[in-house]
Write a protein that binds this ligand. Structure first.
Ligand SMILES: [Zn+2]
Length: 292
């Protein structure tokens, strides 16, 4: 049973503390490590719940055991279905976004979409790119457009969509992780802002604010496969560009997350042992298996 409790406890801690972690960590740490830890938690929870259910059915036949096993297996199946459904929607959205990109003319390194809605976002993948609408282009100065393109290039270069999708899929599998994807998404915006600020922090802050104002009239809803320059908490982002936060605990937070990843990985290996013991029993007795 500890094999189930460990990913459950770490998942709960992550769900509650993800926002606080992001405040103390560098954006790159949050974007990369939170999804990895979330995915490990979700997969370990699923596999350990399945392992416990199989162990109960195989070694402790009885009404109560079978009922508990049925609950665990149903929960695992529902979670898996939710994760697969999410991945299917992501694929559909990405295919639609890629088809849209292929229909657009490529101009000076980005794709120009005729639209009265001021917007700009990046579409990952071979057929993707950076999409800027005519309304957004006309709303920004040349310098602001350069910052916007640098921001979107950072999203593509660092595969931000991929990390967000990992966090979202983990949250679909493990309900306690639901706050994590938003935290990762906001950190990805901050990371892209920092890269776009190479030419000057105030110019970047001005560009972020200008893009947000231009987009404020937009009613378009984006899928999670795209990342918009004007997305996230714009006030927070502008403030962070003008007055960058000091992060004295950044290394400690990163080290703690790496240790947590190692511990959950160890838990996953223990779960693999349990499954192996259940399906291919060797010398151990069932009650010892259950006590792991
Ligand atoms: Zn962005």
């Amino acid at each position: 049973m500890p094999a189930v409790l460990a990913p459950l406890a770490v998942g709960a801690a992550l769900g509650i503390g993800a926002g606080r972690i992001a405040v103390q960590a560098r954006p790159a740490t949050t974007v990369r490590l939170l999804p990895v830890l979330s995915a490990l938690c979700a997969l370990t929870l699923l596999s350990s719940a399945t392992a416990v259910a199989l162990t109960l059915i195989h070694h402790r036949p009885g009404t109560t055991s079978v009922a508990v096993a049925a609950i665990l297996l149903t929960a695992a199946l529902c979670a898996t279905a939710g994760g697969l459904r999410h991945l299917w929607h992501v694929r559909q959205n990405l295919c639609a976004a890629t088809r849209f990109c292929r229909s657009l003319p490529r101009t000076e390194g980005y794709l120009l979409a005729r639209s009265p809605v001021a917007d700009a976002y990046s579409v990952p993948g071979r057929g993707g790119g950076i999409v800027v609408t005519t309304a957004m282009k006309s709303a920004l100065t040349e310098g602001e457009l350069t910052v916007l393109l640098a921001h979107e290039h950072a999203h593509l270069r660092h595969h931000h969509s991929r990390w967000i999708q990992i966090a979202e899929t983990a949250a679909a599998l493990h309900p306690l992780l639901r706050p994590v994807p938003d935290v990762v998404r906001r950190a990805a915006e901050r990371w892209a802002d920092e890269e776009a600020a190479a030419g000057g922090r105030r110019a970047a802050a001005q560009a972020v604010a200008a893009a947000a104002v231009a987009r404020s009239r937009s009613l378009e809803v984006h899928s999670s496969t795209t990342l918009s320059m004007a997305g996230g908490d714009v006030v927070e982002r502008v403030h962070a560009l003008v007055d960058p936060p000091r992060l004295p605990w950044a290394r400690t937070v990163a080290a703690t997350l790496i240790v947590a990843i190692a511990l959950v990985s160890f838990s996953a290996l223990r779960t693999t042992d349990i499954v192996q013991d259940v399906l291919l029993p060797e010398h151990e007795t069932p009650h010892l298996v259950l006590q792991r």
